[in-house]
Ligand binder design. Sequence first.
Ligand code: ATP
Ligand code: MG
Length: 417
Amino acid sequence: MTIQTVRGVRDILPEESGRWLFLEERARRILAQYGYRELRTPVFERTELFARAVGETSDIVEKEMYVFEDRGGESLCLRPEGTASAVRSFIEGSRHRSLPWRVFYLGPMFRYERPQKGRFRQFHQLGCELFGPEGPLADAEMMALVLRLLREIGIAGAVTLEINSLGCPVCRGPYRERLTAHLESVRAALCGNCQRRLERNPLRVLDCKEENAALLEAVPQMRDHLCGGCAAHFQGLVGHLERLGLPYRINPLMVRGLDYYHRTAFEAVAEGLGAQNAVAAGGRYDGLVAEMGGVATSAVGFAMGLERLLLLMDESLGGAIAPEVYLVVAGDEGVEGYGLGVAEALRGAGFRVEMHLTGGGMKSQMKHAGRSQAPLTVIVGQQEAQEATVMLKQMESGTQESLPVGGLVERLRQLTG
Ligand code: ATP
Ligand code: MG
């Protein structure tokens, strides 16, 4: 029996990694434009971190975490998301002393979910966290960043930005009571999971993935129950989005799956990904730092799923990087050694060179050269090795020229611009 990958987990093969690199490079460039620097946190943390930050009643903590005991008997888990670690790091480093703190992370997350299109057990998130600013300006800037990133990789047209306000501890409590009363009155029509949610976290019912849209139509909405501060914050956000001309849609039923959101919640939702339609999700979590034992600090953040972005991204973007030069070498060990020296000299001058390493006749080597997509082939044989020359072939036109090895770099520079 051969060993295979774990269910819901896969290799990113060399054929695909160019697309990943393209996406990551574009993203890093835009993040730098907005002043974000990378935070690299550990892939595993204490289980308690997520239990506290994400919430005991969240799907993630209740049923999706990879939890294990290490050899010392401590309960650890693979990180299911990035915000909890960023908050831990913020508190550990006493970052409240020099606000704002803008960080991004990019890396694998782990959730025990049912694998399907756009849903994996190991997947990759890019996320930003901005600690300090309280006002809606920060929320608007973050949404502008998300939309710019989507535009940059050519998928903004397929994605809608949805926003909502989840209120704050002042207004959410009373709203929650109204909502609970309403949901109790239609309890029998709710799915099994929602009937259970009703006791523990009624807001989650609004997030139900089952088809009960009709049922939710008449539900009281948070937006109609915001306190003055929350209403002003939301109006401020909408005003900034309008002034920037950023397209958005208010979705009064969007609640987000995590416990820590305050006020702003947003999602970037795509057509054509089925139930896995959220490509990015985020919001404001003003209470979390204090709840985790830090000095009370406002914060806003988002995370996007890279696998889902790649499903939407055009096939042609970020293809494999072809060599500039293919080096064919036909002859004895001495000739091969000469060829290796030529390849190294070209790499030293900055060229991408793929050298033929497996011998064979000139004809079969030239076939490999053609397949490599390199526009130029350098051919080295007995005669070239003796005379310290090379044969250079331009693949498209078929033009060949013999030249001294000392002049090769300059000639290649001419030809490749
Ligand atoms: P969903 O509703 O799709 O389960 P979520 O609310 O659990 O998403 P978040 O925890 O907010 O998602 O994570 C942010 C983003 O990470 C999502 O919008 C999605 O793009 C991506 N993501 C989340 N879980 C997975 C997964 N199992 N596989 C691939 N991408 C994922
Ligand atoms: Mg989920």
